[in-house]
Ligand binder design. Structure first.
Ligand SMILES: N[C@@H](CCC[C@H](N)C(=O)O)C(=O)O
Length: 274
Protein backbone atom coordinates (compact mmCIF):
# COMPACT_ATOMS: atom_id res chain seq x y z
CA UNK A 1 0.00 0.00 0.00
CA UNK A 2 1.34 3.45 -0.86
CA UNK A 3 0.77 6.24 1.61
CA UNK A 4 -0.66 9.52 0.31
CA UNK A 5 1.37 12.63 1.11
CA UNK A 6 0.11 16.20 0.93
CA UNK A 7 2.07 18.71 -1.11
CA UNK A 8 1.83 22.42 -1.88
CA UNK A 9 3.01 23.96 -5.13
CA UNK A 10 4.44 27.45 -4.47
CA UNK A 11 6.52 29.98 -6.36
CA UNK A 12 8.74 32.93 -5.59
CA UNK A 13 9.09 35.22 -8.62
CA UNK A 14 8.10 32.25 -10.77
CA UNK A 15 10.74 29.89 -9.34
CA UNK A 16 8.40 26.99 -8.52
CA UNK A 17 8.91 24.09 -6.15
CA UNK A 18 6.81 21.36 -4.62
CA UNK A 19 6.74 21.78 -0.84
CA UNK A 20 6.22 18.87 1.53
CA UNK A 21 5.90 19.16 5.30
CA UNK A 22 8.38 16.39 6.13
CA UNK A 23 7.42 16.61 9.83
CA UNK A 24 4.02 15.16 8.88
CA UNK A 25 5.07 13.21 5.78
CA UNK A 26 8.65 11.90 6.04
CA UNK A 27 10.18 11.31 2.60
CA UNK A 28 12.55 8.34 2.26
CA UNK A 29 14.15 9.08 -1.12
CA UNK A 30 13.83 12.82 -1.86
CA UNK A 31 16.40 12.75 -4.69
CA UNK A 32 14.31 10.28 -6.68
CA UNK A 33 11.02 11.99 -5.81
CA UNK A 34 12.38 15.39 -6.94
CA UNK A 35 13.11 13.97 -10.40
CA UNK A 36 9.72 12.27 -10.63
CA UNK A 37 7.60 15.21 -9.44
CA UNK A 38 9.51 17.90 -11.32
CA UNK A 39 8.89 16.26 -14.71
CA UNK A 40 6.50 18.55 -16.65
CA UNK A 41 4.46 15.88 -18.45
CA UNK A 42 4.60 12.85 -16.21
CA UNK A 43 4.92 14.58 -12.82
CA UNK A 44 3.55 17.82 -11.33
CA UNK A 45 6.11 20.02 -13.08
CA UNK A 46 8.47 22.19 -11.02
CA UNK A 47 12.03 23.41 -10.57
CA UNK A 48 12.48 20.89 -7.74
CA UNK A 49 11.35 19.60 -4.36
CA UNK A 50 11.57 21.34 -0.98
CA UNK A 51 11.22 19.55 2.36
CA UNK A 52 10.20 21.53 5.45
CA UNK A 53 11.45 19.89 8.62
CA UNK A 54 11.91 20.45 12.33
CA UNK A 55 15.22 21.73 13.70
CA UNK A 56 17.10 21.59 16.99
CA UNK A 57 18.79 24.95 16.34
CA UNK A 58 16.13 26.96 14.46
CA UNK A 59 12.34 27.19 14.14
CA UNK A 60 12.30 24.99 11.02
CA UNK A 61 14.70 23.42 8.52
CA UNK A 62 14.80 23.34 4.73
CA UNK A 63 16.18 20.76 2.29
CA UNK A 64 16.13 21.69 -1.39
CA UNK A 65 16.46 19.28 -4.31
CA UNK A 66 16.88 20.44 -7.90
CA UNK A 67 14.87 18.95 -10.77
CA UNK A 68 17.76 16.55 -11.49
CA UNK A 69 17.64 15.23 -7.91
CA UNK A 70 20.84 16.94 -6.72
CA UNK A 71 20.64 18.57 -3.29
CA UNK A 72 21.58 22.25 -3.02
CA UNK A 73 22.95 24.12 -0.01
CA UNK A 74 20.49 26.99 -0.13
CA UNK A 75 17.52 28.41 -2.03
CA UNK A 76 16.49 32.05 -1.72
CA UNK A 77 13.06 31.78 -3.32
CA UNK A 78 12.19 28.64 -1.35
CA UNK A 79 13.19 30.27 1.94
CA UNK A 80 10.60 33.02 1.35
CA UNK A 81 7.96 30.44 0.37
CA UNK A 82 8.67 28.47 3.56
CA UNK A 83 8.04 31.67 5.55
CA UNK A 84 4.62 31.90 3.94
CA UNK A 85 3.94 28.16 4.30
CA UNK A 86 4.66 27.92 8.05
CA UNK A 87 2.80 31.13 8.94
CA UNK A 88 -0.26 30.70 6.71
CA UNK A 89 -0.65 27.09 7.86
CA UNK A 90 -0.28 28.21 11.48
CA UNK A 91 2.77 26.09 12.17
CA UNK A 92 4.06 29.26 13.85
CA UNK A 93 2.65 32.63 14.89
CA UNK A 94 6.08 34.29 14.77
CA UNK A 95 6.82 36.94 12.17
CA UNK A 96 10.57 36.52 12.64
CA UNK A 97 11.30 32.91 11.75
CA UNK A 98 14.67 31.14 11.77
CA UNK A 99 15.39 28.52 9.13
CA UNK A 100 18.19 25.94 9.27
CA UNK A 101 19.70 25.31 5.84
CA UNK A 102 22.78 23.40 4.68
CA UNK A 103 24.51 26.80 4.50
CA UNK A 104 23.58 27.97 7.99
CA UNK A 105 20.62 29.56 9.75
CA UNK A 106 18.71 32.22 7.82
CA UNK A 107 16.38 34.77 9.41
CA UNK A 108 13.07 35.45 7.72
CA UNK A 109 11.04 38.56 8.40
CA UNK A 110 7.42 38.13 7.34
CA UNK A 111 5.10 40.88 6.06
CA UNK A 112 1.41 39.99 6.34
CA UNK A 113 -1.97 41.32 5.25
CA UNK A 114 -5.26 40.93 7.05
CA UNK A 115 -7.86 38.50 5.77
CA UNK A 116 -11.38 38.14 7.14
CA UNK A 117 -11.76 37.82 10.95
CA UNK A 118 -8.47 37.54 12.79
CA UNK A 119 -6.72 35.69 9.95
CA UNK A 120 -3.63 36.98 8.17
CA UNK A 121 -1.48 35.77 5.30
CA UNK A 122 2.11 36.42 4.30
CA UNK A 123 2.58 38.60 1.22
CA UNK A 124 6.29 39.35 1.31
CA UNK A 125 9.39 38.06 3.09
CA UNK A 126 12.80 39.59 3.73
CA UNK A 127 15.56 37.05 4.24
CA UNK A 128 18.91 37.77 5.87
CA UNK A 129 21.01 35.74 3.45
CA UNK A 130 24.24 36.24 5.42
CA UNK A 131 27.60 37.25 3.97
CA UNK A 132 28.56 36.40 0.40
CA UNK A 133 31.86 34.68 -0.32
CA UNK A 134 33.46 36.44 -3.25
CA UNK A 135 35.83 34.55 -5.51
CA UNK A 136 37.49 35.87 -8.65
CA UNK A 137 36.08 39.31 -9.54
CA UNK A 138 36.82 39.06 -13.26
CA UNK A 139 37.32 35.46 -14.34
CA UNK A 140 38.05 34.97 -18.04
CA UNK A 141 36.18 31.91 -19.28
CA UNK A 142 35.64 30.32 -22.69
CA UNK A 143 32.58 28.26 -23.59
CA UNK A 144 31.05 27.33 -26.92
CA UNK A 145 33.63 29.41 -28.79
CA UNK A 146 32.76 32.61 -26.88
CA UNK A 147 34.82 34.41 -24.23
CA UNK A 148 33.12 35.80 -21.11
CA UNK A 149 34.22 37.70 -18.02
CA UNK A 150 32.41 36.43 -14.94
CA UNK A 151 32.34 37.23 -11.23
CA UNK A 152 32.38 34.23 -8.91
CA UNK A 153 30.13 34.63 -5.85
CA UNK A 154 28.90 32.03 -3.36
CA UNK A 155 25.65 32.68 -1.53
CA UNK A 156 25.87 29.23 0.06
CA UNK A 157 25.61 27.86 -3.45
CA UNK A 158 27.94 28.81 -6.32
CA UNK A 159 27.20 31.50 -8.92
CA UNK A 160 28.97 32.86 -11.98
CA UNK A 161 27.65 36.35 -12.80
CA UNK A 162 28.33 37.64 -16.32
CA UNK A 163 27.55 41.24 -17.26
CA UNK A 164 26.59 41.75 -20.89
CA UNK A 165 25.63 44.73 -23.06
CA UNK A 166 22.42 43.18 -24.41
CA UNK A 167 20.82 40.21 -22.67
CA UNK A 168 18.62 39.53 -25.72
CA UNK A 169 21.73 38.29 -27.55
CA UNK A 170 22.38 35.45 -25.08
CA UNK A 171 21.42 31.97 -26.22
CA UNK A 172 20.88 30.65 -22.69
CA UNK A 173 19.71 27.10 -23.60
CA UNK A 174 22.98 26.61 -25.54
CA UNK A 175 25.51 28.37 -23.30
CA UNK A 176 23.92 27.64 -19.89
CA UNK A 177 24.80 23.93 -19.71
CA UNK A 178 28.35 24.54 -21.00
CA UNK A 179 29.08 27.07 -18.25
CA UNK A 180 27.25 25.04 -15.56
CA UNK A 181 29.53 22.06 -16.26
CA UNK A 182 32.71 23.98 -17.19
CA UNK A 183 35.90 22.26 -15.95
CA UNK A 184 36.64 25.36 -13.83
CA UNK A 185 33.62 24.38 -11.69
CA UNK A 186 34.03 20.74 -10.62
CA UNK A 187 30.86 21.03 -8.45
CA UNK A 188 29.02 22.76 -11.33
CA UNK A 189 27.68 26.31 -10.97
CA UNK A 190 24.57 28.45 -11.36
CA UNK A 191 24.97 31.04 -14.14
CA UNK A 192 23.49 34.55 -14.34
CA UNK A 193 23.60 36.86 -17.37
CA UNK A 194 22.99 40.45 -16.38
CA UNK A 195 22.31 43.67 -18.27
CA UNK A 196 22.67 46.92 -16.33
CA UNK A 197 19.59 49.17 -16.71
CA UNK A 198 20.84 51.84 -14.31
CA UNK A 199 22.80 52.05 -11.02
CA UNK A 200 19.78 50.66 -9.09
CA UNK A 201 18.22 48.19 -11.51
CA UNK A 202 19.40 45.26 -13.61
CA UNK A 203 17.81 42.66 -15.90
CA UNK A 204 18.95 39.11 -15.17
CA UNK A 205 18.42 35.68 -16.74
CA UNK A 206 19.48 32.52 -14.98
CA UNK A 207 20.61 29.02 -15.82
CA UNK A 208 20.35 27.02 -12.61
CA UNK A 209 22.61 24.14 -11.71
CA UNK A 210 20.47 21.01 -11.71
CA UNK A 211 17.29 22.67 -13.02
CA UNK A 212 18.25 24.61 -16.17
CA UNK A 213 16.44 27.81 -17.11
CA UNK A 214 14.19 29.02 -14.29
CA UNK A 215 12.04 32.14 -14.03
CA UNK A 216 14.10 33.45 -11.11
CA UNK A 217 16.80 32.56 -8.61
CA UNK A 218 16.96 34.19 -5.17
CA UNK A 219 20.57 33.37 -4.39
CA UNK A 220 21.35 34.28 -8.03
CA UNK A 221 19.74 37.70 -7.56
CA UNK A 222 21.85 38.21 -4.41
CA UNK A 223 25.04 37.10 -6.21
CA UNK A 224 24.16 39.48 -9.06
CA UNK A 225 23.74 42.44 -6.68
CA UNK A 226 27.03 41.63 -4.94
CA UNK A 227 28.86 41.30 -8.27
CA UNK A 228 27.35 44.64 -9.37
CA UNK A 229 28.89 46.38 -6.36
CA UNK A 230 32.26 44.64 -6.76
CA UNK A 231 32.45 45.50 -10.45
CA UNK A 232 31.28 49.09 -9.68
CA UNK A 233 28.22 48.80 -11.87
CA UNK A 234 25.45 49.19 -9.27
CA UNK A 235 24.85 50.64 -5.80
CA UNK A 236 24.25 48.74 -2.55
CA UNK A 237 20.50 48.38 -3.19
CA UNK A 238 19.45 46.81 -6.49
CA UNK A 239 16.20 45.78 -8.10
CA UNK A 240 16.97 42.54 -9.94
CA UNK A 241 14.34 41.95 -12.62
CA UNK A 242 14.06 38.34 -13.78
CA UNK A 243 11.67 36.58 -16.18
CA UNK A 244 9.29 35.82 -13.29
CA UNK A 245 9.48 39.23 -11.62
CA UNK A 246 11.70 41.43 -9.47
CA UNK A 247 13.50 40.96 -6.16
CA UNK A 248 14.99 43.78 -4.10
CA UNK A 249 18.49 43.05 -2.86
CA UNK A 250 20.41 45.14 -0.37
CA UNK A 251 24.03 44.46 0.54
CA UNK A 252 24.50 46.12 3.92
CA UNK A 253 27.85 47.85 4.18
CA UNK A 254 28.32 47.66 7.96
CA UNK A 255 27.30 44.03 8.60
CA UNK A 256 28.27 42.65 5.19
CA UNK A 257 24.96 40.76 5.11
CA UNK A 258 22.79 40.53 2.00
CA UNK A 259 19.03 41.08 2.44
CA UNK A 260 16.58 39.74 -0.14
CA UNK A 261 12.96 40.95 -0.28
CA UNK A 262 10.19 39.56 -2.46
CA UNK A 263 6.87 37.81 -2.67
CA UNK A 264 5.83 34.22 -2.06
CA UNK A 265 2.77 32.67 -3.65
CA UNK A 266 0.79 29.46 -3.11
CA UNK A 267 -0.35 27.98 -6.43
CA UNK A 268 -2.27 24.85 -5.40
CA UNK A 269 -2.28 21.91 -3.02
CA UNK A 270 -2.79 18.23 -3.61
CA UNK A 271 -2.21 14.69 -2.50
CA UNK A 272 -0.01 12.11 -4.14
CA UNK A 273 0.92 8.48 -3.61
CA UNK A 274 4.60 7.58 -3.52
N1 LIG B 1 16.42 28.67 -7.13
C1 LIG B 1 17.24 28.75 -6.00
C2 LIG B 1 18.54 28.02 -5.99
C3 LIG B 1 18.36 26.50 -6.09
C4 LIG B 1 19.63 25.69 -6.00
C5 LIG B 1 20.58 25.85 -7.17
N2 LIG B 1 20.03 25.40 -8.41
C6 LIG B 1 21.89 25.08 -6.86
O1 LIG B 1 22.00 23.90 -7.18
O2 LIG B 1 22.79 25.69 -6.29
C7 LIG B 1 17.24 30.12 -5.36
O3 LIG B 1 16.18 30.78 -5.43
O4 LIG B 1 18.21 30.51 -4.72
Amino acid sequence: MTEPIRFTKMHGAGNDYIYVNAMAFPIRNPEKLAIRLSAPHTGIGSDGLVLIGSSKIADFSMRIFNADGSEAMMCGNASRCIGKYVYDKRLTDKKNVTLETRSGIKELQLTTRKLSGSREEVTEVTVDMGCPVVGEAALEIEAGGYFYTGTVVSMGNPHLVIFVEDIANINLPAIGPLLECHPLFPNRTNVEFVQILNMDEVRMKVWERGSGITQACGTGACATAVAGVIRRKTGRKTKVVMDGGPLTIRWDESSGHVYMTGGAVKVFEGELEI
